[in-house]
Design a protein around this ligand. Structure first.
Ligand code: NAP
Length: 476
């Protein structure tokens, strides 16, 4: 074999890192990689998950784009495996707006490729089974993130009607959602938020946001930079409940207290406690408040006429081993809407094994496992759909490395494609009238969004509707 053809399904960081690593891997054969993405634009969670007010993280796009540009088959610079002549080549093509399971099937992939890697991530919200969670005004954080990040497949309007709002969870998504809800919309104008998001946020009547963690301040899953940022939001007072610091919790001090990140975050929260005392003395207050509630486990959403009217929590206490004890003490905090930010969850893919409990594709180091627990030949996974929705974007790289190593070891068990010609793929998509987008098309859309931004003195304004994204990309 002199050439390997690989399909990657999902063009977020996980899929693009996997492509890059295979291109750079030591090998004695050429590789042709086709990246399929269900959205017209690439970059997955970087474009549709990272908050618009985090341009530094959004900047990861530059590195991802370099991978796609460098390995384009038409650039004449496809020999990227190493320096020198006669080096096996590696190319990547991008096919956007192509849905796996509908526009292209597993059977198609077997006809045209030697293997497939699924890197479809996790975009749904994990469920929280407490009474009332389905009430009007109760939302999943992932859906709200999709809205403010201009995802083409969610409604364009978001009901921001509540003065008091609850956010459940102590992870970075809870911080993103809280920041976007409590910030004044004008402070988000310099970002790439679409016009409908700005208008929605500008009409947000919020005064009080209540952020709930079922464990204590030393157990949060935030990262220090993001936590500090929350306290820097203009015209918002951080409100801390002194009861949350009354426990004698040796696990927090002796085990977690040794962790540098925990120490930094404890310091940040302690600064907020001090600031609160100073505010009380000065009498100077902001127009919005963010209340941190630790040791508060959500037990029910209180409703009135089918709408959220409060969150019932049970006070918890440390169990001495990092877990919690229920105290039997309940409280209701009045809120008119609620967001659960308790983790993402993957979605099953046609004809691919799926673990319904964890929301991932069952696998061993990236080799997808069948019902018998044995690897399914030619099928691999990487990123959040492989290991679950934890970790920062950079962690996806080591994950992809593991999957690529397995892929390269398994050469003997790859599929034997009967139609390995690269031209067969665009022909197949055209025969099915799939309006697919290409990397050149993304370039067009990218330039278009930047020019929309320029007209208003902003870096970019995102195009939201799928048809418009596709039309601009395809130059129609
Ligand atoms: P996460 O970090 O796993 O946090 C989930 C939070 O939900 C935890 O505080 C968890 O509490 C809580 N939780 C889970 N089940 C619960 C329940 N039944 N009741 C109450 N609370 C519950 O997840 P995430 O916030 O979705 O973030 C996913 C990953 O993306 C993380 O690695 C995160 O760092 C990353 N991310 C990073 C950024 C950034 O860098 N700016 C932004 C967004 C996301 P326990 O700890 O008690 O389980």
């Amino acid at each position: 074999m002199t050439k390997m053809r690989l399909a990657i399904v999902g063009a977020g960081p996980a899929g693009i890192y996997a492509a890059d690593l295979l291109i750079k891997a030591e090998r004695d054969f050429d590789v042709e990689i086709d990246l399929f993405e269900q959205l017209p634009a690439p970059y997955g969670l970087v474009r549709y998950g990272v908050s618009p007010d985090h341009p530094r993280i959004k900047g990861i796009v530059t590195a991802l784009r370099e991978v796609l540009d460098r390995a384009r088959p038409d650039t004449g610079d496809a020999d990227t495996a190493a320096d020198g002549e006669g080096v096996p080549s590696g190319t990547v093509r991008y096919f956007g707006n192509v849905r796996y399971g509908e526009d292209i099937t597993l059977e198609d992939l077997k006809r045209h490729y030697h293997a497939v890697i699924f890197s479809t991530g996790a975009i749904r919200d994990a469920s929280l089974s407490i009474p009332g969670i389905e009430a009007e005004g109760s939302y999943g954080a992932a859906d709200f993130v999709s809205w403010f990040d201009g995802h083409p497949d969610v409604p364009r309007t978001w009901p921001l009607e509540a003065a008091e709002v609850a956010v459940i969870g102590n992870g970075n998504v809870a911080l993103d959602v809280s920041r976007m809800l409590i910030k004044h919309a004008d402070d988000l104008l310099p970002t790439e938020i679409p016009a409908n998001v700005y208008e929605g946020l500008a009409a947000n009547p919020i005064t009080d946001l209540h952020l709930f963690g079922r464990r204590g301040p030393a157990y949060v899953k935030f990262t220090p930079l993001e936590l500090r940022e929350l306290g820097e939001v203009r015209d918002v007072d951080m409100v801390i409940d002194e009861r949350d610091f009354e426990f004698d919790d040796p696990y927090a001090t002796e085990v977690l207290g040794k962790n540098k990140q925990v120490l930094v975050m404890t310091r940040v929260i302690n600064q907020w406690r001090e600031a609160q005392k100073e505010r009380a003395a000065s009498g100077e207050h902001a127009s919005r408040r963010l209340h941190m509630h630790f040791w508060s486990k959500p037990v029910a959403v209180v409703t009135e006429n089918g709408r959220v009217s409060g969150l019932k929590i049970e006070r918890t206490a440390p169990d001495g081993q990092g877990g919690i004890l229920d105290t039997g003490e309940f409280e209701v905090i009045p809120v008119q809407s609620l967001y659960r930010a308790i983790g993402y969850f993957g979605s099953p893919l046609e004809e691919i094994p799926f673990d319904d409990e964890r929301g991932v594709i069952p696998n061993a180091q990236g080799r997808v496992l069948g019902a018998d627990g044995e690897p399914v030949p030619g099928v691999y996974a990487t990123g959040w759909i492989k290991r679950g929705p934890v970790g920062l974007i950079g962690h996806t790289k080591s994950d992809a490395m593991e999957t690529i190593e397995c892929l390269l070891e398994d050469r003997e068990s790859w599929w034997q494609p009967v139609e390995p010609s690269p031209e067969a793929i665009p022909a197949l998509l055209e025969s099915r009238s799939v309006p697919y987008t290409t990397i050149e098309g993304w370039q067009r859309l990218d330039e278009h969004e930047v020019s929309l931004g320029e007209a208003e003195g902003r870096a970019r304004i995102k195009v939201v509707p799928r048809e418009e994204m596709t039309r601009v990309s395809r130059g129609e």
